[in-house]
Design a protein around this ligand. Structure first.
Ligand code: N2P
Length: 354
């Protein structure tokens, strides 16, 4: 797998600008006690049913568990201050942004010995080159869910989102970075473009497509797919895997024009009151059995080498989850686009306002 190489190529510039901005810890020294509470904020549909109950039982901790459905929702919550969360799961480029904003505190490796289970190819990735703040949780790809009962013809292309036959049966991911991807890739541009003209063209294409869209969603689209209310959805690999278990007409495809791949990471925000407990939880989900249970349940891809023998074969052999090198060449990682973030914001608001 070429994941690390791809990363290094893409991130080499971004990292140079990101280093040097360290988020210092505000937690007092000597806090090595496991506290009785943990406030965990995670993506929706992104954990096994038994993970939290088993942790609570074993460590005698009460976990408050809340969900978000986009990196921007997570960032907004943190920036509003006093979120109370001890543990969050931002994607690669968002770890970069949060580090620069001094929102994270360093992890203490001595409290997370199971880090050795992480495949070396997923350690020291360019958005956090020393794993100072983050440890990979799960990774995956972004593509299209297709209901093969209703959708015919070529389906491995973003163009299908512009096919008027599917008016009202389409959903698109609801955030400014993901939601522009179908248009950027159709136009042959990078998901990390900072070029205003390219972003305007992408905006115009998404505005043209908007009359066909039933909903912009990064969470409820799963239920709409299951029930057959929508037939085509831009979505994430594991989400679609979960849906296909209940509705076998649904398949996941990575469009031939290319897409993006991401790694989500466990991190502790600055100001977290239950830092040691958060580290204990990180160490717990890095265990081979716990990590494999999460992967087997969510259908996402695992960065945990020790978990591999316990992961279901059908998942390991699914090219949507573990793309071939040839497909991988067409996938980009998102990076922090710096000042161009405001352009993405503007384009996305203009699409949504229509
Ligand atoms: C889970 C979403 C996975 C995260 N519903 C996409 N980075």
């Amino acid at each position: 797998m070429k994941i690390t190489r791809l990363y290094f190529a893409l991130f080499s510039i971004a990292v140079i600008t990101a280093t040097g901005c360290s988020g210092g810890s505000s937690t007092p020294a000597g806090d090595q006690e496991i506290t009785p509470n943990l406030n965990f904020y995670n993506w929706s549909y992104y954990i096994a049913d038994q993970t939290i109950p088993e942790f609570q039982q074993e460590f005698d901790v009460r976990v408050r568990y809340d969900n978000y459905s986009s990196n921007n929702e997570l960032l907004a919550k943190l920036q509003a201050g006093a979120s109370g969360y001890d543990l969050i799961v931002p994607s690669d480029y968002m770890v970069q942004i949060m580090t620069q904003l001094n929102l994270l505190q360093p992890l203490r490796p001595e409290n997370i010995p199971n880090l050795v289970n992480i495949d070396p190819r997923f350690r020291n990735l360019p958005f956090d080159p020393e794993n100072t703040y983050s440890i990979p949780y799960q990774w995956g790809t972004t593509g299209l869910a297709i209901n093969t009962r209703y959708v015919t013809g070529e389906t491995d292309t973003w163009e299908i989102l512009w096919d008027a036959r599917y008016r009202g049966r389409i959903s698109v991911l609801d955030d400014m970075r993901s939601g522009l991807v179908p248009a950027l890739k159709r136009l042959g541009y990078s998901v990390n473009t900072r070029d205003e003209n390219e972003l305007r063209q992408a905006r115009d294409l998404m505005i043209e497509q908007k009359p066909l869209v039933r909903t912009y969603s990064s969470e409820t689209y799963m239920d709409l797919l299951k029930s057959g209310d929508i037939w085509i959805a831009q979505g994430w690999s594991g989400d679609i895997y979960q849906v296909s278990k209940e509705n076998p007409d649904i398949v996941f495809v990575i469009p031939r024009e290319g897409s993006y791949v991401w790694v989500d990471n466990l991190v502790i925000p600055n100001g977290a009151r239950n830092r040691t407990t958060a580290e204990a939880f990180i160490n717990f989900v890095l265990r081979a059995d716990q990590s494999a249970a999460i992967t087997n349940y969510t259908g996402y891809s695992s960065p945990n080498r020790a978990a591999f023998p316990l992961i279901r074969r059908e998942l390991l052999e699914d090219p949507g989850m573990y793309p071939t090198d040839e497909v991988m060449q067409r996938l980009e990682f998102m990076v922090d686009v710096g000042t161009a973030t405001s352009l993405y914001n503007r384009m996305w608001s203009e699409i949504k306002a229509r």
